[in-house]
Design a protein around this ligand. Sequence first.
Ligand code: F6P
Length: 536
Amino acid sequence: MDTDTAEQLEGQIESHDLKLKELFATDPGRAAKMTVSAAGWTLDYSKNLLDTQTLTLLLKLAEKANLKTEIENMFTGKHINQTENRAVLHTALRSSKTTGLIVDGQDVYADVHTVLNKMYAFATRIRTGEWLGYTGKRIKYVVNIGIGGSDLGPAMAYQALLPYSKRTLKCFFVSNVDATHIAETLLQVKADQTLFIIASKTFTTQETMTNAQTARAWLVSKLGEAAVAKHFVAVSTNASKVAEFGINPDNMFVFWDWVGGRYSLPSAIGLSLVLAIGPRNFKRFLSGYEAMDKHFRTAPFKRNMPVLMALIGILYSNGYGADTYAVLPYDQYLVRFPAYLQQLDMESNGKSVTRDGQPVEYMTGPIVWGEPGTNGQHAFYQLIHQGTRLIPADFIGFCKSHNPIGDHHAKLMANFFAQTEALAFGKTADQCRAEGTPETLIPFKTFVGNHPTNTLLANELTPKTLGALIALYEHKVFTQGIIWNIFSFDQWGVELGKVLAGKILKELNNTSLPLHHDSSTNALIMRYRAAQQIVD
Ligand code: F6P
């Protein structure tokens, strides 16, 4: 990050001490000026601690980081994932172009559309009953077995787009290596009507392969070995491992090393979603992504939604020292959206080394968390309103509901609008007094306000608006990574734990192996080993 500009930003924040109440009072046109629309979404960012000078400095950070060039580098397939020497081309997955982007000798668009067409054909066969299970029954259950990017995206989007799904086809998502996850799922499905999708970019991930083997053994115990071909398909970049597992290569849906796991939902990793919502809706989903991609690539930064959200995030992380931001979707269908964003943001920008391999001297990726409104209001909003920490929040809402029952939606949205107003403007001691609040209670009933929020509003949660929303956050995360001068597309931080778990697994399975860990880890393993000997 350009440290001179960052220092100027800090100075600006200290000297100006912005108050939302004053900013709104002095400029009646503030909301109109600070609202942008793109790809079916409107972002009102006026309730942020921003004035013209602050925004100018933030935009300078983007320019100093050569953001424009870096965006082009990503879209055109340069190897910007340098530590893995890979292009980063998830934007190609949702391009309507069918040919013409040659990267590393491959026509990326053509490859993408070949796989999409294979997915659509397969989904149609399942959905129409042309593809039957081994005993001749229709597929009624789909179990996606994957973890991280091979789980969170499809699980989130399936939940989000339930109103568009074929309700006679129920999808389950198994990720945890805890046997409870697969065991409880298998209790809810029937072997002869279940399709398992083994989703793993590498096809080596411990959790996924363990669950896949358990599912396979379960199916074979019910229907016999010959049934596997009709009940197992794979999504992966690793054809040889898929063949080794015993899945027919015809039933494998490929993607490529230039698709990061957490960016892979619009690739074959979205197969369960295509099965659920059908090819037509999946195409609409991709078109939403594409609309936001185009906006990100072409809009001037001061009207560019992902760039503005990224800069606002940097303002709070680096200027105000905020550790976290909350994502608060006012839509029950988006219940998994915060969890999805956790991987997208925290696995991408949870880095402390610059692209030159030096320790960073500023804060990078924030902690992301959240819950759907209004549930959060009765749990953690107290701390946002009256606690000691600054917690910027994104409020995400829709004008129309898929379940227009009574006045539920009006009540939901009344809360949605009320919260950002309350957070921004608070309630003064005088207002409390005017309501007759006893003097002793005034400190407790006062709200200082000035808590910043973004409001993201769309007409309705549709495949298209969901695609655009995901792309918005992807590009926000990308922009921040560029400004922080970190690599957003690797995830070396997950490796150490995996290696140690492999070593410890051997020690748990073979109790005669000596332990050479620290005294804490040794003692904990010994305790576990001892408990295995105890019979109740
Ligand atoms: O947790 C690390 C990670 O590599 C993620 O980045 C990825 O999404 C997940 O594991 C699953 O990987 P795979 O799709 O190869 O099974």
